[in-house]
Ligand binder design. Structure first.
Ligand code: ATP
Length: 344
């Protein structure tokens, strides 16, 4: 569980590369022991922020504090952080033990101690007994675990991870997500995790910062970011974009603005049935598309009041034939009023 102290504090952080403004004012506080994700599309600036925290890239403005100390001008090795990169960067000619112990050797830790710590670190990522192998004798997931062991062996206060699961196939990635979260809980080190994969961020994080064009649009727990997106961008990037605007918003919600409602909160009911009560919103439309997903079905509905909404329903009793038959039919969509949020 995250502690009380502040592990990382960024204040009005800026970074320009020549004419390109990559980061335009980022303020952020990450707590001790937190699993914190920076989520955003390609080019939104996540990696640049991570590299500035690590000390690989000097900011053009603002400050970086680690555990209350201003490290903005310090070199990477003077900061109590370590980084795991997507390509692992293991030394191919060294055994796993030597790979993991390398950083301790550089820091002149005595040989017996560094071997013991390397073995412990390998055991911590479930690679006990693999110490004498070389990286080429491992699977992708195992290599990723060695990279983690190597980063953790020096017991940094903060571990920075830049899309560390990006090179793995989907199944392995999902397994590693669970493992990584367990590992982080076990060691209690602050993890800062960069990803463009919203599901990955929602699965693993205590909190998420959603990046867009060099700024943070929202910071919150996975549930806050998913269920109460603060902006249309967040509503669209995290989960399926489902927005009511203009005329449709006025008619359905009863007020001007842009509103988000999540597909799984919307029920499909008989268009000829009774109107919604005061607590529910409802809209009539025509089913434009039916997408059968196996465990659930996605219905894309063109509303009479303009715009379109997606509704997601579990396939409790229905198969693909039954749900497919709804294409082109009239339908009423209904959801509880607490499930629509104003995003603009
Ligand atoms: P990705 O997921 O693709 O890694 P990102 O969100 O991590 O994307 P950054 O790599 O931080 O994004 O890049 C942010 C912006 O800064 C981009 O417009 C990128 O082109 C620019 N940028 C990053 N590094 C440099 C550099 N060394 N020189 C010039 N521009 C750069």
């Amino acid at each position: 569980m995250p502690g009380e102290g502040t592990a990382i504090r960024l204040q009005s952080l800026h970074k320009s590369f020549g004419q390109v403004e990559a980061i335009s004012g980022v303020d952020l506080e990450i707590r001790d022991g937190e699993f914190f994700s920076m989520l955003g599309p390609s080019g939104s600036g996540k990696t640049t922020v991570l590299r500035m925290i690590a000390g690989f890239e000097p900011p053009t403005g603002g400050t970086i504090e680690l555990a209350g100390k201003d490290v903005t001008r310090l070199a990477p090795f003077e900061r109590d952080v370590n980084t795991v990169f997507q390509d692992y960067a293991l030394f191919p000619h060294m055994t796993l033990e030597q790979n993991v112990a390398y950083g301790l050797k550089v820091r002149k830790v005595p040989k017996a101690e560094r071997l013991e710590r390397a073995r412990e670190a390998l055991a911590g990522v479930r690679l006990e007994g693999f110490g004498k192998r070389r990286p080429s004798q491992l699977s992708g997931g195992q290599r990723q675990r060695v990279a983690l062991a190597r980063a953790l062996v020096g017991r940094p206060r903060v571990l920075l991870l830049d899309e560390p699961l990006g090179a793995l196939d989907l199944k392995l990635r999902e397994e590693m997500q669970v493992e990584l979260k367990e590992l982080q809980r076990g060691v209690g080190i602050t993890f800062v995790f960069v990803t463009h994969d919203q599901e990955e961020a929602l699965t693993m994080s205590d909190r998420i910062a959603v990046f867009n064009r060099g700024r943070i649009e929202q910071i919150g727990t996975p549930a806050e970011v998913y269920e109460r997106p603060a902006t249309p961008f967040v509503a669209g990037f995290v989960g399926t974009s489902n927005l009511l605007t203009g005329e449709a918003a006025e008619q359905i919600v009863g007020a001007a603005g842009t509103y988000s409602v999540r597909p799984e909160k919307i029920r499909l009911v008989d268009a000829a049935g009774p109107e919604a009560d005061d607590e529910h919103r409802s809209a009539i439309g025509t089913v434009a598309e039916v997408v059968y997903l196996g465990d659930a079905t996605r219905f894309i509905v063109d509303l009479d009041s303009g715009g379109r909404l997606t509704a997601l329903q579990q396939n409790l009793d229905s198969g693909s034939a039954e749900v497919g038959a709804l294409r082109g039919t009239r339908i009423r969509l209904q959801w509880h009023q607490r499930h629509n949020f104003r995003v603009a």
